[in-house]
Structure formats: structure tokens, C-alpha cells
Design a protein around this ligand. Structure first.
Ligand code: BG6
Length: 480
């Protein structure tokens, strides 16, 4: 049997896309609360001042805030052994820089963790998943400011102290490399200009932005390392991991230029991974900074902090692969973080994300060869349009996608890769981060909610729900 006993089967979510209750229980605004709904053709907008009547999907999301007991019971029915969720920083520190935390926020998550414990479901908690406090953006320029490390550590101290005995596994930052790709400017970085948020919601090669992004990322590396150090010193039962958006890039042709480009593109894994899982910037960092014309301001003691703050395990999201080509005539493929040339051997989702289960096996092998740490897959899945008819959703396309990925995961484990968890994304339907849509669904459970915000919020089991339940019950043996 390829899957070890105790393998963590489960699912994953993030508060800003799942939880709702955005202004209840003393919660402050996160940057996500200022983003409108959108579609592929009409991108989400960031509003400094909220507009009455505009649709901000994080405000209600699918209302886990009021449905958590029902949702956790559904997870338990599927047999989940682990559930990844994020804590909304602004539920604990509404502006981000208060001295005292918000008790009501702390108690909300305590109730969630106690509910999970009832069913023996292990929580995996993302400390920061695109929920930077809006107050830190406005007052400090988010992660561009070194002071934000202190505010993050105040938050981490509260979480580590309050949830002893309830939580064991932590992730310091979701997709920490999103900042490198520009798409994380607002959500992950909380970065702004003098007059408001940075222009555009997508990547930009603006020199000033590059400098700011990479400096912000350095601050996140220090913050992550400090959280690991705190856990190791005071909470030895805790396991702290990094979370990196997995990039799998093949050369489009055997033209050495394409091969070199693919090798360079794969650095989207190594730049952050090396710092967090090896404790130092990679050998190519300086040449990369020189090429971009940026300088990272590192303070005395930073190198030692990074060295001492090496994570216990590595985690990643994996959805798709891409190709590297130096030929501008080669067509581009879609994605939310990962972009590149289209691969003629692969099919794509309705959103243009190339489906590549074997790419996951390839990437897992590369990661394990480099880091030799236990790996969790904490996001994977197919964003698709589902139809609810008479209370049922037939989603064979999702089952096919997941089956093929689990088969490759099994092969990766047979290769010798130490994978300990597989947590498909959006296990209960939630809001898409890139487009702000509801129409793009990942879940085993359908939530009656529409793009315009209407819907009963009732939950329905999809066909994939029963299929995944069987997969878990047989520890991955029965994938039919
Ligand atoms: C990852 C994020 O990039 O991809 C999630 O960590 C996100 O927050 C997921 O939801 C899927 O992307 P999307 O754009 O389809 O929601």
C-alpha cells in the first residue's frame, strides 16, 4: 500500500474566501474585504472607500462563520483527518497594531478547533492567507515596513499561546512566493503608494515595485523564521511549515535557450523554499537582485534568524504546469500565479489552467530531492462550473482530475517522496481569489450562492463527496 497509515486526507480553505462575518465579532477590515467580485474579463477592483451597493465577496463568502458546525460535520462524514483553514488576522487584531487582542475573535476559532477535535480532525492553520489587515496597509505600507514583523509576531504569540492542545500544525504564510509574482502586492503584501493601493491587481515590472516587493518578502521571511523559532523554543509539540505556490515548468522545446529559461522559471520554487527550508538565500539570489536592479536591506542578525528559523515541513499548492519558451510566437496558457507557454500535450480547465497530474509527481520529486523534509500538498483541485439539479451535482470531471492526481501522488510516494497530506482546495465551495467569482467551484460540497451574492447558502453533497469518502475510507486504494 503506497499511502502510509495516518496519511492526512482532508481539504483546505482560507478565511477571506470562506468565512464571511466580515464585520461581526469585533473583526476589522482585511485587504480582501476591499476587493470587489469580478470575472476573467472584468478583473476585481480594490476600493479604498467601500462603495454602498458594491459586491465584496469576502463579506459573506459562504458564511462558514455561522455554518461551521454543519460544515465540519460534512467534513467528518467524508472522513477528513485534516482540515486546513486560515485565521483572519483582523479577527484577532482588527487594525493589526493593537496591544490587546480581540477576545471574541479568539473564542470563535477556539469553538472551531473544539468542533474539529470532536471528530478527530487535525487543523492545519495558515497564519496569513491573503488577509493582511487593511489598517497595516494604510498606516504602515504593509510588509514593506519592517515594523509589520513585530505586529505579526504579536499575533503569532497570541495564536501559539491560546490554541495549545487544539492545534499542532501551522503554516506561516500562504503562497509566500505570490509576492515575487506581483499578484500578491495587495493581498499578501498589503503594499500601497502614497495615495492608496498599488496600481493594478496584476504583475508589474515597475522598478520601484520590484524593490518594494522583494523587501517586503524579506520581512516575511524574517517573520516566518521568528515564528518557527518561537514554536521550537516554547511549544515543542508544534510543527511549523512554509507554503509555496508550486511551479512546474518544462522547456517548450529542446532548444537550450528554452531549457535555460525553464530552469530559471523553476526558481519560483527555490527562492522562497531555500530561505524557509534551508535557512539562507539561494546561490542565485544576488545575481537575480542585480538583474532586477534592487538591493535588499538586511539588518545585522537577519542571516542568523533565517538559519535558526528553518521550517519543520514543506507545503505547496499545485494546480497546473506550464512551459518556458523564448519564442514570442508561442501561445500563452492561463493561471492565477503561474503563467507560461501552452503545452500541446495537455488539456486545460474552463479557466485555461493546464491539467497535468504527472507534473505534480515531477515537482514533488524535485522538491524532496532539494529539501528532504516531509511534504504536504495543501491545495490541488479543479475549478469548474457545477450545476445543481434536484439537489444533486454530477461532477465526473472533478473526480477524474482528483483521481489522476492521487494516482501520481501514489507514484511519487513509491518513488520515495515523503508526502504526509493531501488536502484538495475549496473542499466546500468558496470564492475564487483571482476572479472573485462563485461560479468557479472546487468543492465536494456545493454551496447555493451565485456570483451576484444571492443564494440560500444551503449545502449539497456532490457526487465527488461520496467518491472522496470512499477514497479516504480505503486509504487511497479504491479510486474508482
Ligand atoms: C491559490 C490560493 O493560489 O489558488 C487560493 O492560495 C486560491 O487562495 C487558489 O483560491 C485557487 O485559485 P482561484 O483563483 O481559482 O481561486
Amino acid at each position: 500500500m503506497a499511502f502510509p497509515r495516518g496519511f492526512y486526507w482532508g481539504g483546505a480553505t482560507a478565511a477571506n474566501q470562506f468565512e464571511g462575518g466580515w464585520n461581526e465579532g469585533g473583526k476589522g477590515d482585511s485587504v480582501a474585504d476591499h476587493l470587489t467580485a469580478g470575472t476573467v474579463s472584468s478583473p476585481r477592483e480594490f476600493h479604498n472607500q467601500l462603495h454602498p451597493g458594491a459586491n465584496y465577496p469576502s463579506h459573506e463568502a459562504v458564511d462558514f462563520y455561522h455554518h461551521y458546525k454543519e460544515d465540519i460535520a460534512l467534513m467528518a462524514e467524508m472522513g477528513f483527518r485534516m482540515f486546513r483553514l486560515s485565521i483572519n488576522w483582523t479577527r484577532i487584531f482588527p487594525n493589526g497594531d493593537e496591544e490587546e487582542p480581540n477576545r471574541e475573535g479568539i473564542e470563535f476559532y477556539r469553538s472551531v478547533f473544539e468542533e474539529l477535535k470532536k471528530y478527530h480532525i487535525e487543523p492545519l492553520v495558515t497564519i496569513s492567507h491573503y488577509e493582511t489587515p487593511y489598517g497595516l496597509m494604510c498606516d504602515y505600507d504593509g510588509w514593506a515596513n519592517r515594523k509589520t514583523i513585530d505586529y505579526y509576531m504579536n499575533y503569532v504569540k497570541v495564536l501559539f499561546h491560546e490554541y495549545q492542545g487544539l492545534v499542532k500544525y501551522w503554516l506561516t504564510f500562504n503562497e509566500i512566493n505570490s509576492l515575487q509574482m506581483g499578484v500578491g502586492d495587495i493581498l499578501a503584501g498589503g503594499l500601497r503608494t502614497k495615495d492608496g493601493p498599488l496600481p493594478g491587481f496584476g504583475a508589474s515590472a515597475d522598478q520601484k515595485l520590484l524593490q518594494k516587493r522583494y523587501q517586503a518578502l524579506h520581512h516575511q521571511f524574517i517573520a516566518s523564521a521568528k515564528a518557527v523559532i518561537l514554536a521550537h523554543e516554547q511549544y515543542p509539540e508544534y510543527q511549523v511549515g512554509c507554503m509555496v505556490a508550486g511551479g512546474c515548468t518544462y522547456p517548450y522545446t529542446c532548444n537550450p535557450d528554452d531549457v535555460l529559461k525553464a530552469q530559471k522559471d523553476m526558481r519560483m520554487n527555490w527562492y522562497c523554499g531555500d530561505v524557509q527550508a534551508r535557512g539562507a538565500y539561494p546561490y542565485f539570489a544576488q545575481s537575480m537582485w542585480d538583474e532586477m536592479g534592487i538591493t535588499i536591506n538586511q539588518e545585522e542578525g537577519d542571516a542568523e534568524t533565517l538559519k535558526a528559523g528553518v521550517v519543520d515541513f514543506y507545503s505547496l499548492s499545485y494546480y497546473m504546469s506550464t512551459c518556458a519558451s523564448t519564442d514570442p510566437k508561442v501561445l500563452a496558457a492561463g493561471g492565477n500565479l503561474v503563467f507560461g507557454a501552452k503545452n500541446p500535450y495537455l488539456k486545460a480547465s474552463d479557466w485555461g489552467w493546464q491539467i497535468d497530474p504527472k507534473g505534480m509527481r515531477y515537482l514533488l520529486n524535485e522538491l524532496y530531492a532539494r529539501y528532504q523534509k516531509p511534504i504536504m500538498i495543501v491545495e490541488n483541485g479543479l475549478g469548474a462550473v457545477d450545476e445543481l439539479i434536484d439537489g444533486q451535482v454530477h461532477d465526473p470531471y472533478r473526480i477524474d482530475y482528483l483521481r489522476e492526481h492521487i494516482q501520481q501522488l501514489e507514484l511519487a510516494i513509491k518513488d520515495g517522496v515523503d508526502v504526509i497530506a493531501y488536502l484538495p482546495w475549496g473542499c466546500i465551495d468558496l470564492i475564487s481569489i483571482s476572479t472573485g467569482e462563485m461560479k468557479k467551484r472546487y468543492g465536494f460540497v456545493y454551496v447555493d450562492k451565485n456570483n451576484d451574492g444571492s443564494g440560500t447558502l444551503n449545502r449539497y453533497r456532490k457526487d465527488s463527496f461520496y467518491w472522496f469518502k470512499k477514497v479516504i475510507a480505503t486509504n487511497g486504494e479504491d479510486l474508482k
